[in-house]
Design a binder for this molecule. Structure first.
Ligand code: NAD
Ligand code: DAU
Length: 359
């Protein structure tokens, strides 16, 4: 069986990817994660007795650790999920975004190139580095613009989007300059189980359950394309298995929704699943000051991945939202521990103050 080095695997999409990969036995997994605020060891506690899963605490930008990990575990594939991922945080404090998303990706590429160059010819040909990126690199659309295609020019508008655009350009350059067998995917907004509750959908679910205001930026008419996280993970695996090196693919849900419509749908489901006497959840909707530079609309044209690799999103939005809300309702301990930061004590017990673990 192959070995995948997954970075950022304790976050939202990475943990869903690893759970799927182990369930379907796609590969053995080495998960390298820095354990930032957005990670959660509980996301993968079901794998604690799985001999095909191994965790390493560390930073993708650590120039000593990454070569050591590559030498020790000899992965056939690297999947880079590790990033600072929240747009609002990038506006308040861009430093970490540049450090991890740009410099960290650069260091990971450098270490990967050195590792790949020393592999046998057969292993060099099999090796892939898949960089998981975002549709936000393409900037914003008007209501009548065509959806983003792989050849849409990059025009990032937030520090987050700019940092991801920078990382995409580096990955592309390592393919063209050094021949490193890279792949890039640009995906729309994911939703589903285990998403950190700073992002719109889990934030709204949890505020509504707690009877708190539901903040909607601006007029609520900004549009995002929503994709169920498991569909994204399956697309990533297909890209890894079946695409040619150097390719990029857009991945999306064919599911454009205004933010207001998303919040109203969540409220309607909660009115059924968790009714509050005398209260409709949508009464909690509160329009608040807009996000600076807020992109108006994202839309993805995923005809390339659909035609070339036969991928289509499977989950429809209503059933995906229902599953997501049911997951949060059934995992209130996860929520409580995320909100209290309780996993910090797990880190302390397992790692003390060590930022990396070299065995
Ligand atoms: P997340 O914030 O939930 O998780 C990120 C993970 O990366 C965390 O576990 C964190 O500890 C880890 N990490 C951060 N900095 C690190 C570093 N320097 N070294 C090692 N690990 C580090 O993010 P997510 O929503 O799961 O997104 C994963 C990837 O997918 C990101 O690259 C993001 O840009 C991209 N993406 C996300 C979405 C989305 O809707 N969430 C959509 C498209 C693309
Ligand atoms: O498009 C892909 C991107 O989707 C990913 O690359 C990012 O990592 C991910 O965080 C997400 O970015 P967004 O900025 O689109 O996601 P967020 O959940 O923060 O916001 C979704 C929309 O909802 C956006 O238009 C802003 C709005 N919003 C968000 C929050 C947190 C609100 O109206 N109120 C809120 O409280």
């Amino acid at each position: 069986m192959q070995t995948f080095l997954v970075t950022g695997g304790l976050g939202f999409i990475g943990s869903n990817f690893i759970l799927k990969a182990r369930k379907k036995l796609w590969a053995n997994i080495i998960n390298l994660d820095k354990l930032t605020y957005a990670s959660n060891p509980q996301n993968l506690e079901d794998l604690q007795n799985d001999s095909g899963y191994h965790f390493v605490r560390g930073d993708i930008g650590d120039i000593e650790l990454i070569p050591h990990v590559l030498k020790q575990y000899q992965p056939d594939t690297i999947i880079n999920f590790a990033a600072e991922s929240h747009v609002d945080r990038s506006i308040l404090s861009p430093q970490d975004f540049i450090q991890t998303n740009v410099v960290g990706t650069f260091q990971l590429l450098e270490a990967s190139r050195a590792y790949w160059e020393k592999l046998s010819l057969q292993k060099r040909e099999q090796f892939r580095l898949l960089h998981v990126s975002t549709d936000e690199v393409y900037g914003t659309l008007s209501p009548t613009d065509p959806a983003f295609r792989e050849d849409t020019p990059y025009a990032p508008n937030s520090p987050y989007a700019a940092s991801k655009a920078g990382s995409d350009h580096l990955v592309r350059a390592y393919y063209h300059t050094y021949g490193l067998p890279t792949l890039i995917t640009n995906c729309s907004n994911n939703y589903g189980p285990r998403q950190f509750p700073e992002k719109l959908i889990p934030l709204i679910i949890l505020n509504a359950l707690n009877g708190k205001p539901l903040p909607i930026y601006g007029d609520g008419q900004n549009i995002r394309d929503w994709l169920y996280v498991v569909d994204h993970c399956e697309a990533l695996y297909l890209v890894l298995k079946n695409s040619s090196i150097g390719e990029t693919y857009n991945i999306g849900g064919n599911n454009e929704q205004t933010n207001l419509a998303v919040v109203e749908k969540i409220c309607a489901i909660l009115d059924e699943l968790a009714p509050k006497p005398g209260l409709c959840h949508s009464c909690l909707i509160t329009f608040v000051k807009d996000r600076p530079g807020h992109d108006r609309r994202y839309a993805i044209d995923c005809s390339k991945i659909s035609t070339e690799l036969g991928w289509q999103p499977k989950e429809d939005f209503e059933s995906g939202l229902l599953k997501t809300i049911q997951w949060y309702l059934s995992n209130l301990t996860w929520v409580e521990q995320v909100q209290s930061g309780a996993y910090q004590s797990w880190i302390q017990e397992n790692y003390g103050d060590r930022e990396t673990v070299l065995s």
